[in-house]
Design a protein around this ligand. Structure first.
Ligand code: ZN
Length: 259
């Protein structure tokens, strides 16, 4: 990992397949828009009941190719017992220092019926983002230089997205990349056999359909910020346009307005 090229966006999650499910459509779209994107998997995702280290690695690489994401790194932190520990913060902070992203997208939130790694991974990402800028600590970051990540964006796990009141949320239109997202999820055949994939596909079509419909899109992915969404120009922020962080689209001619 010593000679990594810089990227525009780094997306972080505990397990291979988390990011495909949560924001695969947006990652594919970022690449189409010309940005350099790296995925960081904190763990291999193994052991699981259905996979092996080798198959998970191949599936993750296949999913990366489908999304078109330029880089995928696995930090090999421990699965199932992932904890927000200083050493894990240093490992991720070192990756941030090398990749120097403008934006970190971190999978975040509690999954009470799922892996506790999800919540711990979000805490590690927050702390690593803070740590990576600190001076006089380069020995803990493999001799790399301090780097400040300008923006942290959360992509919330669904159970938290539904229960928490976030200060700022926005939705990215993934209509054009929804198929890529589903194909990337399907690449994880060890986790989703045909029967399970049909259920996941149904879930994602419904969930991303609902999220998108609130902003006038066929399919959307939800993101949140630790702060309210800030803007300089109310017209651009609300009406949309290149560079606005939260284009809000009211249902137009192509969509059924709620009456
Ligand atoms: Zn997971």
């Amino acid at each position: 990992m010593a000679d990594l090229e810089k990227v525009d966006v780094v997306a972080v999650a505990p397990h291979p397949d988390d990011l495909e499910i949560l924001c695969g459509g947006t990652l594919a779209k970022l690449v189409r828009q010309g940005y350099r994107v790296a995925i960081i998997d904190l763990t291999s995702g193994e052991p699981t009941p259905r996979g092996s280290l080798e198959t998970r690695k191949q599936e993750a690489e296949e999913a990366r190719e489908i999304l078109g994401v330029q880089m995928r790194i696995n930090l090999d932190l421990p699965n199932r017992v992932l904890m927000d520990h200083p050493d894990n913060r240093f490992a991720l902070g070192t990756a941030f220092r090398r990749l120097q992203p403008k934006i970190v997208i971190a999978a975040f939130g509690r999954t009470p019926a799922g892996s506790p790694d999800h919540y711990q991974g979000g805490l590690i990402a927050e702390a690593a983002r803070f740590y990576s800028q600190l001076t006089k600590w380069d020995d803990r970051f493999d001799g790399t230089h301090p780097y400040r990540v300008p923006h942290l964006v959360y992509v919330p796990f669904p159970s938290d997205a539904e229960t928490r009141s976030w200060p700022g949320t926005f939705v990215i239109d993934i209509t054009e990349t929804m198929d890529q997202k589903l194909d990337a999820v399907q690449a994880y055949r060890s986790q989703f056999d045909d029967n399970r994939f049909d259920k996941v596909k149904h879930y994602l079509s419904s969930a991303n359909g609902f999220i998108g419909s609130r902003c006038g899109f066929l399919y959307g992915e939800l993101f949140t910020l630790p702060t309210p969404v800030g803007g300089e120009d109310l017209f651009k922020l609300v009406h949309g346009g290149k560079g606005s962080i939260a284009p809000v689209q009211l249902p137009g001619k192509d969509h059924l307005p709620l009456q």
